[in-house]
Write a protein that binds this ligand. Structure first.
Ligand code: FE
Length: 132
């Protein structure tokens, strides 16, 4: 299914320990700690694991939650959504469609026009300002 596949050992070698915990073990960075929480630069947010184009800066908004938040993905096919019943909550997990890495969750309480809030870990993202 995923186009980019690596062994867990290869992911460990490629990613920092913090990135590995979020991207490969569905961890969550503490709120207000990520480098993109308040980022305003224009560009494309790529998957920190595989470089897949995930979100555009023009869909980013300040949700006040402490994580980068977007109203929509750059391409509907760039991400995959999965029901997530972990931690006693009913949520929708967002993963990278290209490599299967965990990105965050999406909630139906975002602003217009989509009403969606893609709540994404900074550790899962790599802002590419050359592609805006
Ligand atoms: Fe990816």
């Amino acid at each position: 299914m995923a186009e980019v596949t690596r062994t867990e050992q290869e992911w460990r070698e490629q990613l920092s320990p913090d990135q590995y915990r979020v991207l490969r073990e569905a961890g969550t960075e503490p709120p207000f700690t990520g480098k993109y929480t308040y980022a305003k630069e224009e560009g494309v947010y790529r998957c920190a694991a595989c470089g897949n184009e995930l979100f555009r800066s023009d869909a980013k908004f300040d949700s006040g939650t402490g994580w980068p938040s977007f109203t929509e993905p750059a391409n509907a096919t760039g991400v995959e959504l999965h029901p997530d019943h972990s931690h006693g909550m009913v949520r929708t997990e967002v993963t990278c469609a290209r490599c299967g890495s965990h990105l965050g969750h999406v909630f139906p309480d975002g602003p217009a026009p989509t009403g969606q809030r893609y709540c994404i870990n900074s550790l899962s993202l790599d802002l590419d300002t050359s592609a805006s």
